[in-house]
Design a binder for this molecule. Sequence first.
Ligand code: RM4
Ligand code: MN
Ligand code: MN
Length: 426
Amino acid sequence: MEIKEQHIAEVNKGHLDGHRSHFDFLTAHLAKQGKDVNAIIDRLLEFQVAIPSWALGAGGTRFGRFGFQGEPSNLEQKMDDVGLLHQLTRTAGAISLHIPWDVPRDYNAIKERAQAKGIVFDAVNSNTFQDQADAAHSYKFGSLCHLDKAVREQAIAHNLEVIKIGDKLGSKSLTVWLADGSSFPGQHNFQTALQHTEDSLKTIYGQMPGDWKLFIEYKPYEPNFYSTVIQDWGTSFMLANACGERAYTLVDLGHHLPNTNIEQIVSTLMLKGKLGGFHFNDSKYGDDDLTVGSVKPYALFLIFNALVYGMRHNAQNPYPAWMIDASHNIKDPLEDLIQSLEAIQEAYAKSLLVDQKLLEQAQAAHDVAGCQEILQNASRTDVRPLLEKARLNGGGAIKPLEAYRNLNVRTQLIKERGAHSVASGL
Ligand code: RM4
Ligand code: MN
Ligand code: MN
């Protein structure tokens, strides 16, 4: 299915007046504060977030999965879904493939499809947390950390294969998330597990093409419940340093114990030039993979504030690879992704409003209340008219979720794909 430009323009019509009056009001207000609204709108349009290929179907929990009608059942259809998201929001111009869930069959056709939709291939993700039917060895007791060399070699070979696949599509980075760890005390020798992981990652890194980056993701627990080999940013950072210049830490918002100060982690990593990638989601308890901004929008704003500062001041840090990493248990995946994209843009726009000079002055004067005021002034601004304007300029929908519903996208997808299609993924 494709949405015609003219159809988006038609659904936009009903919102144009409202948008204009909100936009003019906000612009006048921000102009008084010396803010360049157009520059913010340009930044918003530049900001593109990758959609992971596994996020287009219904998610699930270990207790079950409730399917969703009209799910994409192959990579082509998943790309079509990302294309629809991008058309409506103008901010989902990339896809991140998970191998072996989404191995392309016809590379040229896939590349052409992506190009036609204005989508690029971002980081590719390896999977050594599930056993594959044709695999000689099991990952039940780990992959890159495994005691048995043959298992480590199989996991290394898989990562190299993933790089090959990504290379054919124009990806330039590999994300490694390991489930490796132990579920019971005494099961692992921590030192051996870490050393094996480091050695395996170095082998992968050593065979990556010269213009590729390696992103090392961390997570404190799950699926293992006693220990995880790469449990925190410090371990990831250490491993990235051990690998080399083009190895980086990847921060996933859900991969922290409750109340962790993620904005501080982001700042530390960017200062050291080691923040390579970022996975968006929200959570209440752990790796809940909820809609971005649905539970802790102020925390998201504070994190964005640190990211924006880093992007401005840390030339030593590469531009991070952004991806949504969420699961949509009981929502239409596309509706959920639209909401996440909106929340990301909102937090980004608000952080662009922070008066960095004033903040610096307030910090120097130890004006603690003043510092908080500056941040809150930005975060309390309703920036949605700026998002709407950015989308309008890019040919997207003023209200993407409403447009998605009014254009009956899901009904159309069900007609095309049927009610019982199932997407690959978790
Ligand atoms: C993990 C992690 C990875 C993602 C898998 C599906 O918890 O967040 O990034 O690839 O889930
Ligand atoms: Mn992740
Ligand atoms: Mn996760």
